[in-house]
Design a protein around this ligand. Structure first.
Ligand SMILES: [Zn+2]
Length: 246
């Protein structure tokens, strides 16, 4: 009886340790922890430079107009693409790459890695990587997990494929129904100090509503001109993560 209970305790401890190991990297979802302990993972780059990143696309409802707006602003950005969205419009994914933007991977499906096993996560990343690379003719080197939740399986899979995980320094909360251009700008720039002596932040926006409120990308479009004014007045240079980490 005693032997059986000891075995049960030890099995429970092993399971607990396994769950802890699987989920430990997810603490990086906490912005303050991430910025303090893992500045590179938080997208902190060179002084005076802002990296502009878009997740969840490409989406025919938003990405073509976004390409036009980025062209007007004279900015290049990094697109963390979803393989399942690329499969819906491979030509659009190729257009993003042809316009000179940086192509990165957000996975194939948009599912939280904490609730998936290691084989499923690796399979998803491999499928996403192949889909994005084939459609765009570029080999992604950066990876951002869905919801920004990094599990040990996600981390290991990314490294196996040759992808470096990058999250963000601040987000626009542009996915909510209440978001406007003004609220998005406020969220993005809150806590970003003036560029003098401060390493550059990475900003997160979305060019699709496939995982959020329908039409939520309108708030992102409202924020971009305001972000342009902010960057000009504060003296920030805006560009891709590749430029950011030089
Ligand atoms: Zn996402």
């Amino acid at each position: 009886m005693r032997t059986r209970s000891l075995a049960a305790v030890s099995a429970g401890s092993a399971l607990g340790l396994a769950v802890l190991a699987h989920s430990l990297p997810a603490v990086t979802v906490l912005p303050r922890v991430r910025r303090r302990l893992f500045p590179r993972l938080s997208g902190v780059g060179r002084v005076g430079h802002v990296a502009l990143t878009f997740d969840d696309g490409p989406d025919p409802k938003a990405t073509p107009a976004l390409l036009g707006e980025l062209d007007r602003l004279g900015w290049k950005a990094t697109f963390f693409m979803l393989g399942m969205m690329v499969d819906r419009d491979r030509g659009l994914a190729a257009e993003v790459a042809a316009a000179g933007h940086e192509i990165a991977l957000h996975g194939y499906e948009h599912r939280n890695h904490l609730y998936r096993g290691p084989a499923a996560v690796l399979g998803d990343l491999r499928r996403g990587f192949d889909t994005v690379a084939t459609a765009t003719g570029t080999v992604p080197t950066l990876f951002r997990p869905p919801y920004g939740v990094l599990s040990s399986a996600g981390l290991t899979s990314a490294l196996l494929i040759g992808l470096r995980p990058v999250l963000w320094t601040s987000w626009g909360r542009d996915w909510t129904a209440e978001a406007t251009g003004e609220t998005v700008l406020c969220e993005l720039t809150a806590g970003v100090r003036s560029r003098r002596g401060y390493a550059g932040p990475t900003l997160l926006l979305h060019d699709s509503d496939c995982t959020s409120e329908v039409g939520s990308f309108h708030a992102m479009f409202g924020a971009l001109p305001l972000l342009g004014e902010w960057a000009n007045s504060e003296g920030w240079e805006v560009g891709t993560l590749a430029d950011h980490f030089q």
